[in-house]
Design a protein around this ligand. Structure first.
Ligand code: SF4
Length: 269
């Protein structure tokens, strides 16, 4: 790369960062333009490049969650959702998280933000779901280790998957909770799904661009790992396979992977 090209590249990154910060503050539509998505990913990529910041993965997850929140606020769903405070049927299902989200959850638990769920309680509850396959969770009524008295104890920092699954049918959720076969056809809010999915591919794209692994793990298993070692994030950032004890990663999601790879390519270009 010659000096002129380098300068052009630096200018492009600066402009993207400004656009990305604005987009983070005001939110993206459910069908955002490509350049805005790449601009927000640039902000997360810059966060992951803060090599002297040992919490940069946690903070990148926080940015992705903020994107989902500001986007939903700016471009809300028009169809009323069935979810209400105290309704937690979906919190007995299988949830997957990527490493930065797992670090963010552990951070919240350690800081006492999930009270009365503390690290020991969460780890004990997580042990009950260890090794249980996604389909085997249906009807087993095994709660998420972060569920407390019918409410999410880490609601403000809940993973993106939890933000995606917003139901339009309470009976559908009850039937799945009871193990009645509905072939996974609970109607969900496409707007909630879109905002959280967009935030997810932005996070994955930034992670790919940073050369970080993008495997997802079952929430409880990932939480057990991250709560067991306060140094976990630093070790993961250094390239250690800290999630080996969390079992096999979740099957890849080809559609999300494809978009994330396109974002990562754009960030590299
Ligand atoms: S993290 Fe919170 S919202 Fe997600 S499954 Fe667990 S209790 Fe429910």
């Amino acid at each position: 790369m010659n000096e002129t090209t380098r300068q052009q590249r630096r200018k492009l990154v600066r402009e993207r960062l400004k656009t990305g910060e604005r987009a983070l503050a005001r939110g993206l539509s459910a069908n955002p333009v490509r350049e805005d998505v790449i601009a927000v990913a640039q902000v997360l990529r810059a966060k992951l490049a803060e090599t002297d910041n040992p919490r940069r993965a946690t903070e990148a997850a926080a940015l992705a969650q903020r994107l989902a929140e500001t986007s939903l606020k700016a471009y809300p769903a028009k169809t009323p959702i069935a979810c209400t405070l105290g309704c937690s049927y979906c919190c007995y299902g299988f949830v997957s998280v990527v490493a930065p989200e797992a670090f963010r959850l552990a951070d919240a638990v350690r800081a006492g933000a999930s009270a009365p769920v503390d690290a020991a309680t969460a780890r004990a509850a997580a042990a009950l779901t260890r090794g249980v396959a996604p389909d085997d969770r249906v009807g087993r009524k095994l709660p998420c280790p972060l569920l407390n008295d019918g409410a999410c104890s880490v609601y403000t920092v809940r993973p993106l998957v939890c933000r995606q699954t917003t139901s339009l049918s309470l009976p559908g959720c009850v039937e799945e909770f009871e193990g009645i076969d509905r072939d996974g056809r609970i109607p969900i809010s496409s707007v909630h799904m879109a905002h959280a999915s967009n935030a997810n591919v932005v996070l994955l794209g930034a992670m790919l661009a940073a050369g970080l692994p993008t495997e997802a793990y079952e929430l409880g298993a990932a939480l057990e790992v991250t709560l067991a070692d306060p140094d976990c994030e630093r070790r993961w950032l250094a390239g250690e396979n800290v999630f080996a004890a969390a079992g096999r990663p979740m099957p890849r999601q080809p559609a999300a992977d494809q978009v994330a790879a396109a974002i990562a390519n754009a960030l590299a270009g």
